[in-house]
Design a binder for this molecule. Sequence first.
Ligand code: HEC
Ligand code: HEC
Length: 224
Amino acid sequence: MKMIKTTIVLIALSLSAPILAETDDDTASDTPASAPTPAPAPATVEEIASGVCAGCHNADGNSVIPMNPILAGQHAEYITKQLMDFKATDNETPKRNSAVMSSMVAALTPDDMKKLGEYYAKQKTTPSQVPADEKLLEMGKILYHGGNIEHGVPACASCHGPNGSGIPPHYPALAGQHTEYTMTQLNLFNMGDRSNDNTVMQKVLTRMSGQEKKAVSAYIATMR
Ligand code: HEC
Ligand code: HEC
């Protein structure tokens, strides 16, 4: 735990270094040598969401950056579970290993994670933009609702719902998610780098082609 905190402080310092370096040389001598006192830890869930998470997920959880997931409207329990899975315990690698998110959750308590889940779950979803490739979307639609019987790919709809709203608490909502983010997760499951789902998704992914992954990710973005 101590190691992780130290690492985060080091990362934070190295990130802020270029900014400090950009300050005007003339004023540099006026600034005290000691580092500025860090702001007090954010207290409420709204403060955490707007102060820590908003830069990448937006204050209401509707990320507009395709690599960062939209959190708004996701099931509360699922968000809480993911936050727990990102957290490293003692010397073990987190169950869901993401350098960015693992450092984000390091300072969160289980109660923060529960409240953050509830906070994002009640935000209204602004879905991602719809990809334009009609042929690809059609292929994705067929796979999502019917699977690929020949290759043993189950219909995504059987666990994630016919309209992509998922089934709480275990099956996440997918509808309207950014294509790029979904595609990244499918690749992580496929390579075994994401293994926090008791291998359900890993098994599904070993049977899917690259084109199928692309198609279903695009189709998911269009679901409402
Ligand atoms: C620097 C950018 C950044 C910040 C800041 C950030 N995130 Fe993330 N978040 C990401 C990225 C990138 C992912 C995808 C990680 C992956 O799977 O590799 C992610 C994934 C997530 C997920 C998983 C969503 C899903 O559908 O599985 C949750 C939940 C989440 N973030 C919540 C938060 C919360 C809460 C905060 C603030 C405490 C936060 N994030 C701060 C970039 C960020
Ligand atoms: C047998 C049930 C089942 C089937 C079928 C299934 N999934 Fe999943 N999926 C899950 C579970 C469970 C999780 C949550 C894993 C966790 O807890 O982190 C998940 C997670 C995901 C995620 C990660 C979402 C996020 O934001 O973190 C994506 C993307 C996904 N599934 C896409 C698909 C696609 C596409 C298909 C069809 C090809 C599919 N799933 C079929 C059970 C299933």
